[in-house]
Design a protein around this ligand. Structure first.
Ligand SMILES: [Zn+2]
Ligand SMILES: [Zn+2]
Length: 358
């Protein structure tokens, strides 16, 4: 009997599961063996028995959860085939955050690719997305509506720098998620010629240090000292999104509140969060890139894990591609998934407050 995709991957209470290899991918509950696509808290959780991930993702998990975040760990080198049970797996870059990878699962010429979160836009802090031809492509759909078209990030960063020039007495407080988005904004600022210090909220410090150790040049990024906030005229300060409305940010000189997120495309959302300068910078694919990627993989079947699943499933149908929504619960708290307006810190997401969907 020929192998079916469902022999390679199926859905269990814990999430995506490979019966022939006896492992889960990005499980939302502790499992004996987990393969992890990237370090965001909705994909990488603590408490698994064995974890296979890229070296960068393993180090990110150790920073967030402590060295004992799992029983045993194994590094996956990008591109190398790894045999697990009756399948072969291979990790390929996803272009989402440092160390992020898609995971291809293969047997007898049938290949399923779990892409995790991904983007196609350039990002100086991680390797670019690589198209892996496959039979079944598993995709997110955070921005899976035709209205979502992300602008060029350089233009967004230039708007920030322009505002700093216009208001040299004010501090610019930029809300950005602590893993990936914050470091990408720093790297983009450097590319646009900002050579002064980029000041960091304490919650940004450890992961930024890790990025630097991994060879991402981010320049001088001092931690904000509480007593010195009032003196930071003309400074650029990065903090968790929740901190832009905090008392913490009000101590800076006449702060301009900014927020770097794909959701800043939606004006009502920026207003609701009290954001003065919205910056549309996303680590997820926009609608054209979701569609382009599905086409480029050549997949005859698509499963949509989370986000705006229905529109993407419908689009696949118009292209003659079979598709189904998985309605996976527990994904999407890496800061860009649709948060409920009143949402506080997510239940048991293992993350610090910087990742609460506030
Ligand atoms: Zn993510
Ligand atoms: Zn995610």
């Amino acid at each position: 009997m020929p192998l079916r995709a469902s022999d390679l991957l199926t859905l269990t209470r814990e999430g995506l599961y490979c019966p022939l290899g006896d492992f889960h991918v990005d499980p939302t509950w502790p499992v004996p063996r987990a393969l992890i696509t990237h370090g965001h808290a909705d994909h990488a959780r603590a408490g698994h028995g064995r974890v296979l991930a890229t070296p960068e993702t393993l180090r990110i998990m150790a920073v967030r959860y402590g060295a004992e975040f799992c029983g045993t760990r194994q590094e996956a080198a990008l591109g190398d085939p790894i045999r697990i049970g009756e399948v072969t797996v291979r990790f390929a870059p996803a272009g989402h955050v440092l160390g992020s990878a898609q995971i291809a699962i293969e047997r007898e010429g049938v290949r399923v690719v779990v892409s995790g979160d991904y983007k196609r836009a350039p990002d100086p802090t991680c390797l670019p997305f690589e198209v892996v031809p496959c039979d079944v492509f598993i995709t997110e759909a955070t921005f899976g509506l035709p209205v979502f078209r992300h602008p060029d990030t350089r233009g967004e960063v230039r708007r920030l720098l322009e505002s700093v020039r216009l208001f040299p007495e004010r501090a610019h407080i930029v809300g950005a998620y602590a893993l990936g988005k914050a470091q990408r904004v720093m790297a983009l600022l450097r590319e646009e010629g900002w050579d002064r210090p980029i000041h960091l909220h304490g919650a940004m410090e450890k992961l930024t240090e890790l990025y630097k150790q991994e060879g991402v040049p981010l320049g001088d990024t001092p931690k904000v000292v509480a007593a010195e906030r009032k003196d930071l005229h003309g400074a650029i300060v990065l903090c968790p999104p929740s901190a832009i409305q905090d008392l913490w940010s009000r101590k800076f000189p006449d702060p301009v509140t900014c927020f770097a997120s794909g959701w800043m495309r939606v004006r009502a959302r920026a207003r609701q969060k009290g954001v003065e300068l919205p910056l549309v910078i996303s680590d997820h694919s926009d609608w054209p890139d979701l569609c382009r990627t599905i086409r480029e993989t050549g997949a005859g079947e698509v499963w949509v894990t989370h986000g705006q699943e229905d529109a993407l499933v419908h689009w696949c149908g118009t292209q003659g591609i079979r598709a189904k929504p998985l309605h996976l619960l527990g994904y999407g708290d890496d800061g860009e998934a649709e948060p409920a307006p009143e949402a506080g810190p997510g239940p048991d997401n293992g993350a610090g407050p910087e990742e609460a969907a506030a």
